[in-house]
Every structure is written in structure tokens, then in C-alpha cells.
Ligand binder design. Structure first.
Ligand SMILES: Cc1cc2nc3c(=O)[nH]c(=O)nc-3n(C[C@H](O)[C@H](O)[C@H](O)COP(=O)(O)O)c2cc1C
Length: 316
């Protein structure tokens, strides 16, 4: 079984990936949040900071590209190859209107001919292996009927499917019937992604899709970083979990302290992580509220220290 950390922009950048890989097991790889192509420009290191090998010390990383510009994609892929990446992912899933309305991410899904042209050019002009991360359509799951034959024309490393449409954003249940249809029709290896929040969620899906061996987890792993290990059968004692979470938090906090200037940037970043992490603690809402009220770095650090000193209950 192969588990990949999903890309979550604003969360799973290098500081998170490095800190998480130091304390938790289970993931075999991490997909980095997307980088965009820039027309007619070279790609300076500042654009690729998250992907520079010297900034990555954890799981093997798969860079992700958000683009509808084949020439820019080819250039960026060449640059990523130079950095040592052999496989790159193309984001066909981003649902946010300001991205999708510009025919990027899930906004490209209603135009399979354009996807075909981009795939043709990128795969004929680069040596990278390409994987695709897709939703099951932008407006309607019927879009998949035209998309799968296009994906099937190319030897993709993986086809990662988050079975919601773009306009659904994150609402509603994943459409498991449409995922099953895609699985049956895809000639490329299919990866399931979406709403795996517990070991039980995983088992239900694994029972339903016996042929799927590759899975991607995002928010569930942000809330419970032990989840990938638990899915692989690792049983960690409760006291060890608390200790690891605390040390992981401190590593993450310290990594972000070095790169974010100003207490509000640092505080906002850490509050984002607590939005997920608090779900794994008994009375998690209470600590989340306390943390959200902090304005200064010292106050934040003090609130978190007291929380851990009091021996909170980890509920996963
Ligand atoms: C805050 C946030 C940021 C995300 N950023 C990206 C991204 O950069 N690239 C991408 O392909 N998907 C992105 N996603 C989607 C996730 O990778 C994933 O497909 C989705 O959350 C469903 O999986 P999950 O239920 O395991 O989280 C993002 C999701 C969230 C909530």
C-alpha cells in the first residue's frame, strides 16, 4: 500500500513536511502544493523555494504544477527536472473560482480537447513522468466521460481522483459510484483521495475498492498525523503520541518563526494548523478558541505550553 500526503496550500509546504516526517510515519511520499507557470519567464529560486532540495528533508516530494500554458509547463518541468524531480503532478482539481474561471485547475475539465493538446505537448517535449490530480468534473460528473479517454491516451504515473466536482468545493459526500466508474475505465493507476479521516473510513473504502493500492490523505492527516501510520497497522501508545505531537508542534513553530516576519503572520499560520489539530483533542474547541484569541507570539507560546503541560487527552 502506498500513501501520499495531499498538497494543501498554506499548510503542507516544506516546514510542515519536514517537521511531520521527523515525528510521524506512514506516508511514502508528499505532493507539494502547486506552483504556477509564469509566461515567458525563467523560474528563479524564489519561485521554487518550497521545492529546492536544500529545503526538503522529509518524504520524497512530488512537485505540482497549476497551468493551462503548455509552453510554460514545459519550461517549468525542465527546471524541476534540473532540481532532480523525475515525476511532476498536474493540478486539474483546484476548485476556487478565481483559478477555475481562468481555465486552470478544475476550470480546465470542461475542455478535454485543450487538456489533450497540453498533455501532448508537455509529454512530447519533456522527459518527466506526469501524474494528474483531478476532480470528477467542474460542473457535472458527466464531464468524466470525455476526460477519461483523453487521460487513457497517455502513460500517466498516476491518476489521483478526488471524487467531487469543482463547484462542489468540499461540500457533500465524495461520489463513490463515479469513482468506481473511473477506476474501471482508467488505463492508468488510480489513486483515491477524499475524506479519509479515520482508519474506519479507510477500511470501508479499501473493502469497496480492492484493486486500489494507492491512497492520498490531506485534512485527515493534518488533524491526526498518526493516521497514515495507523492505516498501515502501527499502534502507538497514548503517552508517546502526546509527546510526539508536542515536539512536532514546537519544531513547526520554530521553523515558521525563522521564515515568517511579524507576530501576526506567525500566529495566523499556527492558528491554521490548530484548526485541524484541535479536532484530535478532547475539548479541542476550547483550546482552539484560546489560541485564536492570542495576538502576541509570547502569549501564543504560553497558551500552548500550558495546554500540553496539563496533559490533554488525545482522542484518536
Ligand atoms: C486548504 C487547502 C489547500 C489545498 N491546496 C491544494 C493544492 O495546492 N493542490 C491540490 O491539488 N489540492 C489542494 N487541496 C485539495 C487537497 O489536496 C485534497 O484533494 C482535498 O482536501 C481532499 O482530500 P482530503 O479529504 O484527504 O483532505 C487543498 C485543500 C485544502 C483544504
Amino acid at each position: 500500500m502506498h500513501l501520499t500526503l495531499a498538497p494543501l496550500k498554506g499548510f503542507t509546504e516544506a516546514p510542515y513536511r519536514n517537521a511531520a516526517a521527523a515525528f510521524f510515519t506512514g506516508f511514502d511520499a508528499a505532493m507539494a502544493p502547486f506552483v504556477v507557470t509564469i509566461q515567458g519567464r525563467k523560474y528563479p529560486n524564489s519561485h521554487l523555494k518550497d521545492l529546492l532540495p536544500e529545503n526538503n528533508h522529509g518524504w520524497p516530494v512530488i512537485p505540482q504544477v497549476l497551468s493551462n500554458d503548455a509552453a510554460g509547463f514545459v519550461k517549468l518541468a525542465a527546471r524541476l527536472c534540473d532540481l532532480g524531480y523525475a515525476t511532476i503532478n498536474w493540478n486539474l482539481g483546484c476548485p476556487f473560482p478565481r483559478v477555475a474561471k481562468k481555465a486552470r485547475g478544475s476550470g480546465l475539465l470542461p475542455d478535454p480537447e485543450r487538456i489533450d493538446r497540453i498533455l501532448d505537448q508537455v509529454l512530447s517535449e519533456t522527459t518527466v513522468r506526469l501524474s494528474i490530480k483531478t476532480r470528477i468534473g467542474r460542473f457535472d460528473v458527466e464531464e468524466m466521460e470525455a476526460l477519461l479517454p483523453v487521460f487513457n491516451r497517455y502513460p500517466l504515473a498516476e491518476l489521483i481522483i478526488h471524487p467531487r466536482t469543482g463547484i462542489q468545493m468540499y461540500a457533500g459526500e465524495p461520489d463513490l459510484a463515479t469513482f468506481a466508474n473511473c477506476l474501471e475505465s482508467s488505463k492508468n493507476p488510480v489513486v483515491y483521495n477524499g475524506d479519509i479521516n479515520t482508519v474506519a473510513d479507510f477500511r470501508t473504502l479499501a473493502d469497496r475498492y480492492a484493486s486500489v493500492d494507492r491512497w492520498m490523505l490531506g485534512r485527515g492527516a493534518l488533524a491526526d498525523p498518526f493516521l497514515p501510520g495507523a492505516i498501515k497497522g502501527l499502534d502507538i501508545p497514548h503517552a508517546d503520541k502526546l509527546d510526539s505531537i508536542r515536539r512536532f508542534h514546537d519544531r513547526l513553530f520554530s521553523a515558521y518563526s525563522e521564515i515568517l516576519s511579524g507576530p501576526s503572520h506567525l500566529g495566523d499560520k499556527m492558528k491554521g494548523f490548530w484548526l485541524y489539530l484541535s479536532r484530535s483533542f478532547e475539548d479541542g474547541r476550547k483550546i482552539l478558541k484560546k489560541i485564536q484569541k492570542t495576538r502576541k507570539t509570547d502569549h501564543y507560546a504560553d497558551v500552548v505550553k500550558r495546554f500540553f503541560d496539563n496533559g490533554p487527552t488525545w482522542i484518536n
